[in-house]
Each structure stands twice: as structure tokens, then as C-alpha cells.
Design a protein around this ligand. Sequence first.
Ligand code: G6P
Length: 613
Amino acid sequence: MCGIIGVTGEADAVPLLLGGLHQLEYRGYDSAGVALVADGAIWRARAAGGTDSVAKLGELTAGAPNGHAAAIGHTRWATHGSPTEENAHPHTDCTGRLALIHNGIIENHAELRAELEASGHTLASDTDTEVMAHLIEAQMAGGASLPDATRTVLGRLRGSFSVAVISADEPDTIVAACRLTPLVLGLHDGMTLLASDIPALIGHTRRVFTLADDQLAVLTPGALTVTTLDGEPVEPVERAITWDVEAAQKGGYEDFMSKEIEEQPVAVRDTLLDRRGAGGELILDEMRLGADELRDIDKVFIVACGTSYHAALVAKYAIEHWVKLPTEVDIASEFRYRDPVLNERTLCVGVSQSGETLDTAEAMREAARLGAKVLAVSNVVDSSMARAADGVLYTRAGPEIGVASTKTHLAQILALELLGLYLAQLLGTQPAAAIDGVFDHMERLPDLVADTLRRADDVDDVAAKLTDARDFFFLGRHVGFPVALEGALKLKELAYLRAEGYPAGELKHGPIALIEPGTVVVAIATRNRLWEKMLSNVAEVRSRGATMVLLAEDGDEETAAAADHVLWVPPTDPLLSPVVGVVPLQQLAYRLARLHGHDPDRPRNLAKTVTVE
Ligand code: G6P
């Protein structure tokens, strides 16, 4: 997954491209490059430098030509071909008169490459992308215009793409298209822009349009035409933009992750806003799925990846408890390839911060094919999942830039639990007073999260004592289990430490063999209904010499007595407790990452939005 940006009609295009690439670095940063048309030729610069790629590109482009012609830029997350300069985008054709950037994967690239090489083309990179440049070259050599050549070539591709092409022969034009990966277009005062995502554009324009799958756009200065890949004209759909540039930037914090952790009370509060009608009943208006459609449901399936999957696991406990509906949770990449049993009475919920994760999107598509009603829980307004699903419930966490999800995780738990309460109201499985009671607890969560955040120094003290530790176990039971999984994932992805999340009751069936002096065990020991059993599990590992870090509720001295270190949290309704409990675990991972010298915003080998399988 990569980030792309382009502009035509801007006199000083390179600074605009570099600014956009910085905004898009969350999509990958193995290499970065720009190309533009100047003096009748393509001018290109590329840099491969890991986390410094865009900065290096800035140095390389210091002497770039100016002009109002077409210009494109790219930041890469390597899939086909290692992260070298040769494999960095933009790629050119044999003549060097055409340059192209791409996000996605061309699945039939090998056969297309063989065909091109057989007809005399020389490919300079190992990427799947480069075949497109040469195929367009061949079409243009036969007399086709840049848009027509691109249209013909895209029709031959299998896989996913958002792509932008420029040619020295049509200096003002950018041709762009997408399938299964996002592309947004912008218009402002004589200039026309494109990007993978809205934050890269909002500093320049508020007039933003989204391109749908298999649509092709021709951008010229101040103008935009959109057609299908078959050439049928399409009216581009304008999107309302509510974000400002400031919201997408660090706002004075050292990094995006600490900013986003601090924003969690607001993310939780906003996700709860306007969810109750005048009579106190829950309303989920934006969801699009009507009450009649939902009343029929006899099963819920939730599909997701990564941190979103952990939010889904929390929701399973809540929905089964409140709604008494069987609720299955599956990792999207597994769900897709087995034979899940679901039908028109199933509600399939796809949970995704970005709304673009390929495995989740495809799992939802499979559920729809099997007849299920499909609901997206997405943080990005108008994401591909939001548009493809029958309904959508937005987490209102604002843009999340840090690669590892934090504030959107809390918002996802809340959104899914709201869905659970709504279903309970609709199906009459809980009395109104009980639903009110839970909602009241939800409304107190922003304060409880803020209270927890104020204890960051205590977490830092614990982290300082664990800097030499290399092996961590995170244990939980009931809703504490997904919290343990999330705590372990955060430590892996940010601090690169070996960490396993486990249901505490299962420990004695194997993993306890790994416990020895020096192992750190973080146990979620808040007072859910399995708290006493949890303390027994804690005793089992403590007696084998583990260093015990216990997450305990304020004032719970009995739990604290079993701990070497305590992470205190304020109490809440047990089913809502993950919203509070996960916070010190995020902080612990963040602090250990910093103590080990790692950049929490850009964990190695990871990317924010994963649009490959
Ligand atoms: C990547 C991110 C994770 C995220 C996961 C799922 O792995 O690093 O933080 O949880 O993708 O992303 P999604 O956008 O679908 O929630």
C-alpha cells in the first residue's frame, strides 16, 4: 500500500507534492519519488531511505523545475521488489516520456511483463507497476491519446490499483483511475489535484470528489472529467469535508501516537454524540439499515483485522450478553477462505479504521454474496467499505495517522457496543431501564479515560522498571482477554518485544511452561465476574517467578497485594471496562518503544492501511 498525489496547474508543484507525501507517509515510506513535465520532457527524482525517504526526496528536488504542468508524487510500501531506488515510483516507459505512480497490486504482472519483454521492451524495476507504463507506451505508439491508452491498458489488468499517469506529449494532463483502492480528486482555482486520501488535499482545497471503482479521471488545470473504463461519462460525486488541516497534524505533540492517545476522551465522546432521541431511545440514524431489516437477524458475524479485530472480540461478549444473539468474530483473512455459514438472516459487521483494509473489504463482499446484511464500522467517511456496505456506523475519532491504532480502537468498541444496545432495544432483549443504565455508564467513559490518561507518569515508572525485560505475557479473562490481546499487540508492534496475549484459564494447558524468573506477566485483574479466578491464575504464574504487573481498579488492595507493579484504573461497568483498561497498556507500549529508541509513529515493517492480502 502506497500513497499517491498529483497536481496540474500549480506553478510550484514540488513543495505541494512533498507536503502531500508527508501527509501520506502513514501508507508506507520505503521510498518516495516525484515526476513532472518540464521543457517538453519528464523530470524525475526518487529516494529510497526508509523513514527518511520523503526528507531525502526534499533534498533531491531542491533544483526541480517550476511550471504549471502535470506533476505526480508517490510514497511506497514495498510489495513486489525490494525497497530500492530502482523500484521507487514514478516508473517510466522505454522512451522516458511517460511516468506513472500506482498503489495496489497487479496480479497478472508476470504474464504482462513476459509479453512486453518478448516485444522488445526493457523493464528497469522488479515492480508489478512498471508493466503499466510500458503497456501505455505501446498504445500511445499506435496513436492513442494518454486517456485512451490508459483506459485500454487498465481493462487488461487483474488486481487493484489507484494509478496516475503523465506524459511529456500531453504536458498539462494527468490521467487517473482506481479499482479497489481509494483515490480522491480536488479542484481549486485553476489547479486540479488527486491523492490517495483526503488529508493530503485539505490544505489546498475543500472541493473534493471521490473516484469510484473502474472510473477514469482526466485532470487538466482547473478541470476534471470522469468516465467509466468503457468511456461512458460520469458526474463526479463531491464530498463534504469537515476536517481541518490542523486536525490532521501533530498539534504540538512529540508524535502522532501520543497525540492520538490523548485525544481518546474526545473520540469516545464524539462517537456517543446524538445517539439518543427525545424519549431516551437509542437512534443510529446514519446506519441506513432499517429496523425491519434488523429485526429478522438471528446471528451476528464480525470480521476485522489487527486492533479492529480486538474491538470486535470485546463486542462479542457485550452483544451475546445484551442481545442473546450468537455472535461470531473472525479474522477477515481467515473468514474469506473458509465456508462460513451465514444467510440473509445474518448481520455481518466489518470493522475497520481505514475502511480500506483489503481482507476486511473482501470478507464483507463474501458475506454479501452469501446473502447477509452487511454493516461497515469505519472511521473514514465515505471509505470504500462504507460505500459498499448496506449500512455504516461511523466511529468519530477524527483522522488517525499513527500506524498503530489507538483512539479508533476505543471508538470502535463504543460503536460496536452501541450497536449491541440498539439491537437489544429493537429485539426487546433488555428492559429500557437496563439500556439506559449502560448508556449512562458509556457517557461517563470520556471522563474515566481522561482520568486514566492523567496517570501516565505512573505507567512511565513501571515501564522504566521493565526496560530489560524481553518476554511478556498478557493475560485476561472474559472482556479482559481481548484487552490482553491488544496490550500484547501494541508491545509487539511498537517496542518490538516478544509478547503473547492469552486467556488466563488456558495458560496451564501449555504456555505456563514458558514462565520463568524474568518473564513479565501483565494481567487484567479488574473486577469482572471472573476476577477471583483471575487471581488464582495470577498466583499460578507468580509462584513460578514471573514479574507481575496487574491492572487493578482503584482501591483494590487485594489485587495490588499480588502485584510487583500496579496499573490503576477507575472502575466502570465490566462490559465497558476495556475502553478504560486498554489505555495504560497503550501507554506502556508507547513508553517502552521510546525507551528502546523506536519511533512509535512508524513501526518497522508495518503500514497503517493494508490494501494487500
Ligand atoms: C494495520 C494497522 C493496525 C490496524 C490494522 C487493521 O495492521 O497497523 O493498527 O488495526 O491494519 O486496519 P483497519 O484500518 O482495517 O482497522
